[in-house]
Ligand binder design. Sequence first.
Ligand SMILES: [Zn+2]
Length: 267
Amino acid sequence: MTPALLVSSAVFVMGACVGSFLNVCILRIPLGQSIVRPWSRCAACGLELPGFLNLPIVGYFMLRGRARCCGAHLDPRYPVVELGTAVLYTALWQLYPPLLFGVYACLTAGIIVASGIDLDYLVIPDALTVGGLIAGICFSYLIPELHHTQNPTDAMIQSVLGATIGGGVLWITARTATWLLQKEAMGMGDAKLLAALGAFLGWPSIPFILVISSVAGTAVGVWIIKSRKRKLGVKIPYGPYLALAAVLWLVGGKWMTQTFLLKISSE
Ligand SMILES: [Zn+2]
């Protein structure tokens, strides 16, 4: 095993463990429970579990999707989040220097939790969105490389600009939709989430995130309405699509957009 492969494997395992913790956050943050004590507990019967029963990813399959304590069905989302975080962290590790990897690992952890809570409750807690916005601006000042510059002030301006454009566009969209439909059409949580993403990723990411998230959201929305014969007007969370688009930006959208713009400008 080469050292590089060894480190990548370690990052994969770390990602799986972080994913396991993110599952706990998704379950407990909306209920106002502590995310560290007890460290692990059966989601169905509440029994406290020794840590070794909670092997990320493989644990779910070893237990055949059932809780050992009470036999309750385990949500397949647990291994999906664990595997997803592990794969994502491994990809980010390959793509970015360690410092940027650290920041993006925190960012993706936050947006995975935000997506999970949005799917369950159709809200995203301010602690994640407003907290993420403040963290994004602070990180930008401390690590200006996030915005391809060495100057902390420039990076902070980029960050604030990204937050304002991202949050502003969705805020105006939400206001307009509410006014047109005469009812709340879109939560402000989505605007705050895109503001936080803009603070980390800068304004150039915003058009990409808006396009990809709308296309993905519309496709899945149409599919849900058709397959479940649900009425139009049913609430569909938008946060997970914003999160998905932000992740795609980090793992390739950034470079795709750059190449595309260079091609257009050279023609
Ligand atoms: Zn149980």
